[in-house]
Structures are given as structure tokens and as C-alpha cells.
Ligand binder design. Structure first.
Ligand code: CU
Ligand code: ZN
Length: 479
């Protein structure tokens, strides 16, 4: 063996497959792992004493909205500080491409994620080229957003798409998949995509089959209608002949607490005849755009940003309403366009969904908000430290599997998510005894504790509590 660039010594190697960790060394040359386990006396150009620390594959965030942050905040500290080395973007129907020039401001909420339409790309090839000419610290793969497709071809998006419009969207989707996108996402919960009937989504998803793409969905209803929405999702997968991924699975609203018993049983049963996967984040609060009509569904609402009242970020909507002498709904009307955190889940459901064997970990964090949901900075360390170590919901090895090999397999990311000879050297070195999220609802933008070093494609991107400035992240195109 040539002299490796780096050798980690005496680490507990957690290989991402769920197998028990074992103490050993790991050598990296270029962008790959070249040896691990007992590697003999070969010395690395850099030697890292990892005694007492765990070395795992870099975490893959299964559900992201980092499409634009990759270009504007390329060090992506919120994610890298957690050990994340790959992000899956284009979720919930929102992507920056394919949107031809001259389409104007996209409908809300797509507008917020595209910088009011200033950062859109005509093709996925153009978006990927932008990422490659100014690479970020992490790898990324991207889904094609249904809202983007609708905005691209429909002059009035507040209705079902017509036959010609569906044909035009299918062409754009086919081109995006050819450029290397990994699937289609919908946000049928959101306006105006909520106008799309199931048949529209099936017609689009059919395009994915020949590419081996996945259909990923923020379902129409995650509250009272959650089971019906699951059935709709299964139908789309069955009729289009594609695997489906249920995004950030949850049961919202007090009346639905406990219903994850029913929803996981439905997922398990459907999984016997078709491919159904899911992701989740480890919190009882959701976060999305502020929708005044929905504030009454939550026990508490925190504002993450407001265009009309920037100083409202971080405040409780109830306090703002009291100060203004109006109802919470009326206060929300004054704050929009805005983002909010809604407390509306049950801890038992969150734990049950996280522990389900097919559940991947995805943060769904909005990293650029002034007062984001803490999931943007805390998701992965929280699963490792709080749910695995402190609560014993599953083993550390199983926690790592849910953030690495499981996710790489679902999204078709070759040679990622596993420690093995020849795999890419995406790595996270952490202390299993101290790893924990420090971001909370009061101070959400805080790096986690216990993450010592993070490496992407053989280059160190996070060390000693801060970014190194290296930006070795690559675009991962559909294999
Ligand atoms: Cu999302
Ligand atoms: Zn979503």
C-alpha cells in the first residue's frame, strides 16, 4: 500500500450496516477508504489518535431544503457540525429547477425557497453546473419538485393541470432525470400543489419508472386524514410502478396522537406488495410556513421568520397576539409571509416512528431562517445522544444505520453510507459518550457537542468545533 493520506488509529468503527462496532484503524487515500480493521504497520501522512471515539460513515440527511443554501452558505455549518456529509434536496415539491427564465415570482411557498424566484435554473444540468463551479462542503443529490414543474408550465397553478400541461411536465421531468435527478417530490399539503388530483401525480411518477427514480411525498394530510393520505401514496407508487418514500412521517394534532400504531401497520402491510420507505426527525414540533388558518391546530406556535415583522422571529405567537390585542389567527395574518414552529405531535409517536426499522433520519431543517426549528442543527446528534444512548430506543449502531447505509440504499447513492475498502471517505469521528444536540427552541443555531471531525470525499470539513473552509462536496447524480 502507498502511504495513505490519513490513518485513524484505535477508533470504534461503526460501519453503517448495523453490525456491532469494533476497535480498529482506518486508512484514507485520495477520496476513498483504502483499508480498515487491522491495517498493519503502514503509517499515514497524517495520524489521528481516535482512541475512545467512534468513526462512522458521514451522515446522509434524507430530507433537506438546502438547495439554495448550498450556493449561498456553502460551508453549511448547520449540517456539517452534526456529521452530515450528504444532503438529499428538492423535497416537499420544491426545487430550484427546472424553471425556464421569465416565469416570474413562483407561487408561495415555493417563492421563499427560491429567493423569491431570483435563484432558479432552467435545467438540472444548469443547477448542477452551478454547484460544481462553486462546490459546498457536502455532497448533494436532488429530487425534482412538483411545484417547480407546475410553476414552469402552468399559467394558473390554482387548479388541476390539463392534459397538455401534464405532457409538458413529463418532458421536463424526463430531462431532469436524464441530467441526474434522483426522483420526484410532491408537497400535496401545500397550496397550490394541493389542487393536483392523484391522477396528475401518477401521470408524472410514471416517468420515473424507466429511470429507477423514487417518488417522495409530503403527503396531502398528516393529521386527521393521515391514513387516507398513506393510501393515496401507495396507490401512486403502485400505479406508476415506483418505490415511494413518505417524508417526515408524523401524526399531527391531539386527536391523532397514538395513531402511528395504525400508520406503521399500514406501511408494513403495503410493503409486502410494493416498496414503501419513510423518513422522520426527532422532535414533537413541526415547522413550515405560517398558515393563519392552521395556528389553532397546535398547542403552541413559535415564529421563525416574518417579512412584515422581522423582530417577531423567535417569539411565541400567543404573546404577539396578546401584545397586539388580537386573536392568534389575526396576528398570524399580519406576520405573513412568515415561517413558524408548531407543537402538535406526541412523543410516543415520534419514538415509535424513529424506531421503525425502515425509518431513515431526515432533518427537514430550514438552515437560513433567523430563528429556525432546532432540527436544522440538532437532528443527528439528538438521535445518537438522546434517543439511542440516553433513552435506549435502539443501539448506537442502529442509529448510525438509519443515517447512513439505509439512506444510501434507498436513494441509490453508490459507495456511500458504509465503511468498507473502496467506499468514499465520507466520515464522522464522534464521542459516543458525549454526543448530543445543544440547539433548542430558544437558541436553535448551535453546533452539537461531541462531533470531533467530519470528512467529505477524503477532505476534512469540520474540526475543533468549526469549519475548515474545505469545500469538497460533489453532485451525486442518479447512477
Ligand atoms: Cu420538507
Ligand atoms: Zn415537508
Amino acid at each position: 500500500m502507498d502511504t495513505p493520506n490519513v490513518v485513524f488509529r484505535n477508533a470504534t468503527l461503526i460501519d453503517g450496516t448495523g453490525a456491532p462496532g469494533r476497535v480498529g484503524d482506518l486508512a484514507v487515500s485520495g477520496d476513498r477508504i483504502v483499508a480498515l480493521g487491522d491495517i498493519g504497520r503502514v503509517a499515514g501522512a497524517v495520524e489521528i489518535d481516535a482512541t475512545g471515539l467512534a468513526l462512522a460513515p458521514g451522515f446522509i440527511d434524507a430530507h433537506c431544503h438546502d438547495d439554495l443554501p448550498l450556493l449561498r452558505l456553502p460551508l453549511l455549518e448547520a449540517k456539517v457540525s452534526q456529521g452530515v456529509t450528504t444532503v438529499i434536496n428538492g423535497n416537499c415539491g420544491f426545487s430550484l429547477a427546472p424553471i425556464p427564465p421569465g416565469r416570474g415570482r413562483p407561487p408561495a411557498p415555493l417563492d421563499a425557497l427560491t429567493g423569491n424566484g431570483r435563484f432558479v435554473f432552467e435545467t438540472f444540468a444548469a443547477y448542477f453546473a452551478a454547484l460544481e463551479s462553486a462546490p459546498p462542503a457536502v455532497n448533494s443529490a436532488c429530487l425534482v419538485g412538483h411545484s417547480a414543474l407546475r410553476h414552469a408550465v402552468m399559467d394558473d397553478v390554482y387548479r388541476p393541470a390539463g392534459e397538455g400541461e401534464i405532457a409538458a411536465m413529463r418532458d421536463l421531468l424526463r430531462a431532469a432525470m436524464t441530467d441526474g435527478a434522483i426522483g420526484l417530490s410532491t408537497g400535496l399539503f401545500y397550496p397550490p400543489s394541493a389542487e393536483a388530483p392523484t391522477e396528475e401525480v401518477i401521470a408524472l411518477s410514471e416517468v420515473l419508472a424507466s429511470f429507477g427514480g423514487v417518488y417522495v411525498t409530503h403527503m396531502r394530510d398528516e393529521a386527521d386524514g393521515v391514513s387516507d393520505s398513506l393510501r393515496e401514496t401507495f396507490r401512486i407508487g403502485r400505479e406508476a410502478g415506483v418505490p415511494v418514500i413518505v417524508s417526515h412521517h408524523k401524526c399531527m394534532g391531539q386527536a391523532n396522537h397514538g395513531r402511528s400504531v395504525e400508520t406503521l401497520a399500514l406501511i408494513e402491510a403495503a410493503g409486502r406488495d410494493q416498496t414503501v420507505w419513510l423518513d422522520a426527525y426527532p422532535y414533537v414540533a413541526t415547522s413550515t410556513f405560517l398558515q393563519p388558518g392552521r395556528v389553532r391546530d397546535a398547542s403552541k406556535v413559535l415564529i421563525t421568520r416574518s417579512e412584515t415583522t422581522p423582530e417577531a422571529a423567535g417569539r411565541d405567537l400567543a404573546d404577539i397576539a396578546q401584545e397586539w390585542g388580537v386573536t392568534a389567527e389575526a396576528a398570524a395574518e399580519r406576520l405573513v409571509p412568515a415561517g413558524a414552529i408548531y407543537f402538535q405531535m406526541d412523543e410516543a409517536d415520534v419514538s415509535r416512528i424513529l424506531a421503525y426499522e425502515h425509518t431513515m433520519i431526515g432533518s427537514d431543517g430550514i438552515v437560513a431562517e433567523p430563528h429556525p426549528h432546532p432540527r436544522a442543527w440538532g437532528t443527528f446528534p439528538r438521535v445518537l445522544g438522546h434517543y439511542a444512548r440516553d433513552r435506549g430506543l435502539f443501539s448506537l449502531e442502529e442509529a448510525v444505520r438509519k443515517m447512513t447505509s439505509l439512506t444510501a440504499g434507498r436513494f441509490g447513492l453508490t459507495d456511500r453510507g458504509v465503511l468498507r475498502e473502496g467506499a468514499f471517505a465520507d466520515l464522522v469521528l464522534f464521542d459516543p459518550a458525549t454526543v448530543i444536540d445543544t440547539a433548542d427552541f430558544q437558541t436553535p443555531a448551535q453546533p452539537a457537542a461531541g462531533i470531533h471531525q467530519v470528512w467529505t470525499n477524503g477532505a476534512c470539513v469540520w474540526k475543533d468545533g468549526g469549519p475548515t473552509g474545505a469545500r469538497p462536496g460533489r453532485v451525486l447524480r442518479r447512477a
